[in-house]
Design a protein around this ligand. Structure first.
Ligand SMILES: [Zn+2]
Length: 142
């Protein structure tokens, strides 16, 4: 029996610092901790900006809960991107921060505040021609 020419479609993270579990509620963000000086970064690293070493780096799971450090309501974006939406920097308890959109609230200033408690969620955002799915993360009010 001939093998199929196409591979089985995969589910892939859209960014390298998102790690996928068996189900979407098991997805998590990953950081890299420099084993030379202990500095933690979001996602994979090749060099440490603090001690200039090449690590090595140990992968660490980051919290899915954080606080909005700063946010902005985006009214103009690239074609095909619905606006308005909320772009934010979310502080995580490990001392690192990630850029993320905030969903689950109407994008109005009165709905947002600095220090707002948020939690990460993931969802499928696109699919390529081979049928592979791409998963991205965002945050919603906790
Ligand atoms: Zn270091």
């Amino acid at each position: 029996m001939a093998e199929a020419a196409t591979a089985t479609p995969e589910t892939r993270p859209l960014v390298p610092h998102l790690k996928l579990g068996e189900t979407r509620d098991q997805d998590y963000l990953a950081g890299s901790r420099c084993q030379n000086c202990g500095t933690l970064y979001v996602g994979p690293r090749q060099f440490c900006a603090k001690c200039s070493s090449q690590g090595p780096f140990a992968t660490e799971r980051l919290s899915s809960n954080g606080e909005v450090y700063v946010w902005s309501i985006i009214h103009q974006s690239r074609p095909g991107i619905p606006t308005p939406y909320i772009a934010a920097v979310v502080d995580l308890p490990e001392g690192v921060a990630v850029n993320a959109n905030i969903l689950g609230v109407e994008p109005k200033p009165e709905n947002m505040h600095f220090g707002m408690k948020v939690k990460m969620e993931t969802e499928k955002v696109s699919e390529d021609r081979e049928g592979n799915s791409y998963i991205a993360y965002h945050f919603v009010p906790a």
